[in-house]
Design a protein around this ligand. Structure first.
Ligand SMILES: C[S@@+](CC[C@H](N)C(=O)[O-])C[C@H]1O[C@@H](n2cnc3c(N)ncnc32)[C@H](O)[C@@H]1O
Length: 216
């Protein structure tokens, strides 16, 4: 019974994505199903850190990556999962230095197949790896489940990301909740402001993209 429900869910989820895909971000449905199965397995093992039962839809991936300005020389992605954003970013910003952080070992191993990215593990190590004085980070794209991971950890990751951004740089985060996943006081403390919100209905569950901007 449970198996039947899981199969029905997976095929409905991949049909939804196929219908809403445009050419650049359509993923072969076999890969999509493999990714969904991998996601469900990882979620069962560690729901707090994975934060979602399935990878983001093509619509959400497209909206997240279309928001990138890229007016520096470096991009950072946090919590790449199966790489739905990573692949699109790599297509669009071929010449940028691109750091990708993914902590989960199974996802990390899969991401090794994507060429010309600097793949790392824990986003907590960001400032040990990236030198603010030698890079111009214009955008940080985050799929981190900020609402479910430990607050202290997310605060450290966020402050490192905000610190690395150039003036005017963007922190792009999606969330399933109705409120900003980052408090106003935390943003203010780090010279960040909420610049834009985009609702994406074509995702399960529907999501909102929050774009925060650094203002010095
Ligand atoms: C909700 S999933 C998003 C995956 C993908 N971006 C997407 O939208 O389909 C969150 C991801 O963040 C990763 N993650 C959680 N904590 C992390 C950390 N400290 N460093 C790097 N990745 C982390 C999880 O392993 C998971 O792959």
């Amino acid at each position: 019974m449970l198996r039947k429900k899981a199969i029905a869910f997976i095929s409905w989820r991949s049909r939804l994505n196929k219908n809403h895909a445009n050419n650049i971000c359509s993923t072969p449905s076999k890969n999509r199903i493999t990714d969904i199965i991998l996601f469900i397995k990882q979620y069962i093992k560690n729901p707090k850190e994975i934060g979602s039962l399935t990878p983001s839809s093509n619509s959400l991936s497209k909206m997240m990556t279309e928001s990138i300005v890229g007016n520096g020389d470096t991009l950072i992605e946090l919590g790449a999962g199966t790489g739905v954003f990573t692949k699109l970013i790599k297509l669009k910003f071929k010449d940028h230095k691109f750091y990708v952080f993914e902590k989960n070992t199974n996802f990390h191993e899969n991401l090794l197949n994507i060429k010309n990215i600097d793949l790392r593990c824990n986003a907590l190590d960001m400032t040990n790896i990236i030198d603010k004085n030698k890079t111009k980070v214009s955008d940080v794209i985050s799929g981190l489940p900020l609402r479910s991971i430990d607050n202290e950890i997310s605060n450290v990751i966020l402050s490192h990301a905000f610190c690395l951004l150039i003036n005017g740089g963007q922190f792009i985060q999606f969330t399933y909740g109705l409120k900003s996943p980052i408090s106003n006081s935390f943003l203010k403390e780090h010279n960040m402001v909420l610049n834009k919100k985009i609702h994406v209905i074509k995702n399960i569950p529907p999501a909102t993209i929050y774009i925060y901007k650094k203002i010095l």
